[in-house]
Write a protein that binds this ligand. Structure first.
Ligand code: BEZ
Length: 325
C-alpha cells in the first residue's frame, strides 16, 4: 500500500507556507482623507497589520488616486487592485438588484437605514457580487441620508424642475431626479466643489457629513432636508485575489474589514442629528420636504425599478419590519 503521509505532510507544510506568506494589499476609494470611509480604511489597514503580526500590510489610496469607481472595479476584476470601499454605483449598474437599496423613502431615517443594511435581506444581496461583478462583498457601510443643497432658493421638489442637479453617477439616483423633473448631472464626489463654484451645476444631491466636511455650503446656501434615500457603501475584495488567499487569511480579512465597515455605520448613525444641528446653525436657508411631496416621484421610480430589481419587494418588506421594530 502506498504511504500518503509524507505527501500530506508536504502539502500541509506548503499550505501553511502560503498562509504565512506576507501580502502587500492595496485598497482604493473615492473619498478624501478626512472622510469617515477613508478613516475606516486606514483603521482596517492598521488592524490587519497588527493582527497578522506584521505579515500583511494594506496601502490605502483615497480620493480616486487609482481612478474612478468604474476603473477601480476593472482593476479588482483583473486582480490589479486587491480591495476597495465603494458606493453601490458600479454594483447596481452591473447587478440591478442593488439599485433597489436606493428606492426613495425605502427607509425614513438613518437608524432605519442602519437596521436595514444589517438585515438578512440586504446582506444576502452580497452573494451576487462574485458572479455579477467578480468581487467578494465583505459587508456594508454607509454615508448619511440624502438631501439637496441648492444655489437658488428651494422650498420643495417643484423648485428643482429644470435645474442641473449633481448626482452620484448611477441609474437609480438618475431615475429619481428625472422623475422630479430636474436635469440630473452625474459627477463623482471629488469634482463637486468646483462644479458648484463655477456654476456647472445648480444644486447637488448630498449628505450632511459631506456638505460639512467638504464645505459645499460655501458655494450653495439653500438646503432642502428631505432624507429621501439612504446611501450604502460596500467593502469588497477582488475575487481573483480572494481565490489565492488561505482560509486563515480570508477569515482574518473578513472579520477585520467587517468590523470597520460596521463602525462606519455606527459613526454615521451617531453623528447625523448633530450634523443637522450644525447645518441649521450656519448662515444658510433651510427647508424641509417629506415623502408626501414625492408621491408621484416614488410611483414613477417604482414603475421602473420593480421591473429591473426583483429584490425591491423583499427589501420593502424588510424595511417595513425595521420600521415596525
Ligand atoms: C457622493 O457621491 O455623493 C458620495 C460618495 C461617497 C461618500 C459620500 C458621498
Amino acid at each position: 500500500m502506498i504511504d500518503f503521509k509524507p505527501l500530506l505532510l508536504a502539502t500541509s507544510l506548503a499550505l501553511s507556507a502560503v498562509s504565512a506568506q506576507a501580502q502587500e494589499f492595496r485598497l482604493g476609494l473615492i473619498t478624501p482623507p478626512p472622510h469617515i470611509w477613508t478613516q475606516a480604511a486606514n483603521d482596517f489597514a492598521k488592524e490587519l497589520n497588527e493582527k497578522s503580526a506584521g505579515e500583511h500590510s494594506v496601502s490605502v489610496f483615497p480620493a480616486q488616486q487609482l481612478g474612478n469607481e468604474a476603473q477601480m472595479v476593472q482593476q479588482l476584476q483583473t486582480g490589479a487592485l486587491d480591495m476597495a470601499f465603494l458606493t453601490l454605483a458600479e454594483m447596481s449598474n452591473r447587478v440591478p438588484d442593488f439599485g433597489a437599496l436606493y428606492a426613495p423613502y425605502l427607509v425614513d431615517d438613518i437608524d432605519q437605514a442602519a437596521a436595514l443594511l444589517r438585515s438578512e435581506t440586504a446582506t444576502s444581496l452580497l452573494d451576487q457580487l462574485p458572479g455579477g461583478v467578480g468581487v467578494v462583498g465583505i459587508g456594508y457601510g454607509m454615508a448619511g441620508m440624502r438631501q439637496v443643497l441648492s444655489r437658488d432658493a428651494v422650498t420643495g421638489p417643484a423648485d428643482l424642475a429644470g435645474k442641473k442637479l449633481r448626482i452620484t453617477p448611477f441609474e437609480p439616483i438618475r431615475d429619481f431626479y428625472t422623475a422630479v423633473g430636474a436635469a440630473p448631472t452625474p459627477l463623482p464626489l471629488p469634482g463637486v466643489y468646483d462644479a458648484l463654484a463655477n456654476g456647472q451645476v445648480d444644486a447637488i444631491d448630498m449628505d450632511f457629513d459631506s456638505i460639512l466636511i467638504l464645505k459645499f455650503y460655501e458655494r450653495a446656501n439653500n438646503l432642502m432636508i428631505s432624507n429621501h434615500m439612504m446611501f450604502p457603501m460596500v467593502g469588497v475584495v477582488s475575487g481573483r485575489v480572494w481565490r489565492g488567499l488561505s482560509d486563515e487569511d480570508r477569515a482574518l480579512i473578513q472579520t477585520t474589514m467587517k468590523a470597520h465597515l460596521d463602525s462606519v455605520i455606527d459613526r454615521f448613525q451617531a453623528q447625523e442629528k448633530d450634523q443637522e444641528q450644525q447645518l441649521r446653525q450656519l448662515d444658510i436657508t433651510i427647508s424641509e420636504a417629506g415623502r408626501d411631496e414625492f408621491t408621484d416621484v416614488i410611483a414613477n421610480w417604482e414603475a421602473i425599478w420593480s421591473e429591473k430589481a426583483s429584490s425591491l419587494q423583499d427589501l420593502r418588506k424588510a424595511a417595513a419590519q425595521v420600521k415596525g421594530s
